[in-house]
Design a binder for this molecule. Structure first.
Ligand SMILES: CC(=O)N[C@H]1[C@@H](OP(=O)(O)OP(=O)(O)OC[C@H]2O[C@@H](n3ccc(=O)[nH]c3=O)[C@H](O)[C@@H]2O)O[C@H](CO)[C@@H](O)[C@@H]1O
Ligand SMILES: C=C(OP(=O)(O)O)C(=O)O
Length: 418
């Protein structure tokens, strides 16, 4: 298994080009199943999850042609199969996003339950309930969701019990081809929802209100082909900003979108960073040592759960005590024991990680448990004294394109080893 070997202590300096957003690219790839003609998607990050998605589409009969390292043409007219098997779904939760498009396009879908995941139970009951309200017959048997509809799905008024990003996406995609109008209330407002809606509309869908908590979808008979560029990755951006801050550096993230990062930039400023920004860039200039911050995760536009682990690494070396409270997932602190191995003074009290900053972390052998936990360990390794070995980096490869190359270009000493 591959690992990163990091020698800490280098301040990051320079410019880094941000990739397309994983959490926008994955739903957009799955949404291409809804179209009847070729769909060209660019600014697709080169990630393991993208490769898994393309494999999943291929399993459904839908081929793709790679144009360059970050763009693909998807051929949805080739759809022949409606079964998303356990073997692929188990490696990537976002596979559940084929459920809505398959059902809408071919009237049936059999999708393996994504199952338990490292950060919490992550049920999909809201996806299933919403599709049932749209007229689908759904059973869950032997680890598979079996969904069928006679004719077209029907427009429905759906109120989500809790805000769910992929739940909103699945229902929004399914509703584009439904008969009538679908309203999703208490919808997720994440920027990735807006990107997906813009993509669907570029293919001829009629989705209104994405980015607010009520989305209205006027069903159309079919979606045509088209081309679309995926939005920048706000979580990758935030991760580089934190890495720059904790190492005492000065980094400009290019090809990004500052409007998606208000909550994160607010906390970075509280930590003592000087932030400047333009239309598509953000620069961070770090203080000598960051101040601790208190963070509560919540649905967008509040502080994103996908940035929580990175802020635990920040608090670990801050000048004072701060806390991070996780309200979205019930088990998202697996980076804490690993950070403790590096000398971090963090105590877990329920869903809150209380951290007393130390002047110096010490390099150690640590293990990735999930994607953002891995990012926090890399950040800690960059600032720790001595050598840190980060094991099981297949987690980080799911969501960060060439992270070690981008960090090396900023002056970090990080090496991928087998
Ligand atoms: C591929 C993708 O975009 N992943 C993101 C997506 O995950 P994902 O879409 O899986 O996360 P959700 O927004 O659905 O989860 C939010 C909360 O709702 C609960 N829930 C969700 C669905 C459901 O049917 N029933 C239910 O109870 C979950 O257990 C969780 O407690 O949003 C999360 C929250 O911003 C991010 O951390 C993930 O990076
Ligand atoms: C939790 C994440 O991803 P996923 O939903 O794909 O597991 C993430 O991107 O931080």
């Amino acid at each position: 298994m591959q690992k990163f070997v990091i020698t800490g202590g280098q301040a990051l300096h320079g410019e880094v080009v941000i990739s397309g957003a994983k959490n926008a690219a994955l739903p957009i790839l799955m949404a291409s199943l809804l179209a009847t003609d070729d769909v060209e998607i660019s600014n697709v990050p080169a990630l393991q999850d993208v490769r898994t998605s393309l494999k999943l589409l291929a399993d459904l009969g839908v081929g793709s042609t790679q144009r360059d390292s970050n763009s693909y043409v998807i051929h949805p007219q080739e759809l022949t199969n409606h079964i998303a098997s356990y073997d692929l779904v188990k490696t990537m939760r976002a596979s559940i996003l084929v459920l809505g498009p398959l059902l809408a396009r071919s009237g049936k879908a059999q999708v393996s339950l994504p199952g338990g995941c490292a950060i919490g139970a992550r049920p999909v009951n809201l996806h299933i309930e919403g599709l049932r309200q749209m007229g689908a017959h759904i059973t869950v048997e032997n680890g598979y969701i079996n969904a069928e509809v006679d004719g077209r799905l029907q427009g429905a008024q759906i109120l989500l019990d809790t805000v769910s990003v992929t739940g909103t996406e699945n229902l929004m995609m399914a509703a584009t081809l439904a008969d009538g109008v679908t309203t999703i209330e208490n919808a997720a407002r994440e920027p990735e929802i807006v990107d997906l809606a813009n993509f669907l509309n570029a293919l001829g869908a009629d989705v209104r209100g994405a980015g607010s908590d009520t989305i209205e979808i006027h069903g159309v008979e079919q979606l045509h082909g088209g081309s679309y560029s995926v939005q920048p990755d706000r979580i990758e951006t935030g991760t580089f900003l934190v890495a720059a801050l904790v190492t005492g550096g000065d980094v400009t993230c290019k090809n990004t979108d500052p409007t998606m990062l208000d909550a994160v930039m607010k906390k970075l400023t509280e930590a003592g960073a000087k932030i400047s920004k333009g239309d598509d860039w953000i620069r961070i200039e770090a203080p000598a040592r960051p101040k601790p911050v208190n963070v509560i995760t919540a649905p967008h536009p509040a502080f994103p759960t996908d940035m929580q682990a990175q802020f635990c690494a920040l608090n670990a070396i801050a000048d004072g005590s701060g806390w991070v409270r996780e309200t979205i997932f019930e088990n998202r602190f697996m980076h804490v024991p690993e950070l403790q191995r590096m000398g971090a003074q963090i105590e877990l009290e329920g869903n809150t990680a209380i951290c007393k900053g130390v002047a110096e972390l010490a390099g150690a052998q640590v293990m990735c448990t999930d994607l953002r936990a891995s990012a926090s360990l890399v950040i800690a390794g960059l600032v720790a004294k001595g050598q840190t070995t980060v094991e099981r980096i297949y987690h980080i490869d799911r969501g960060y394109e060439a992270i070690e190359k981008k960090l090396t270009a900023l002056g970090a000493r990080i090496e991928r080893q087998n």
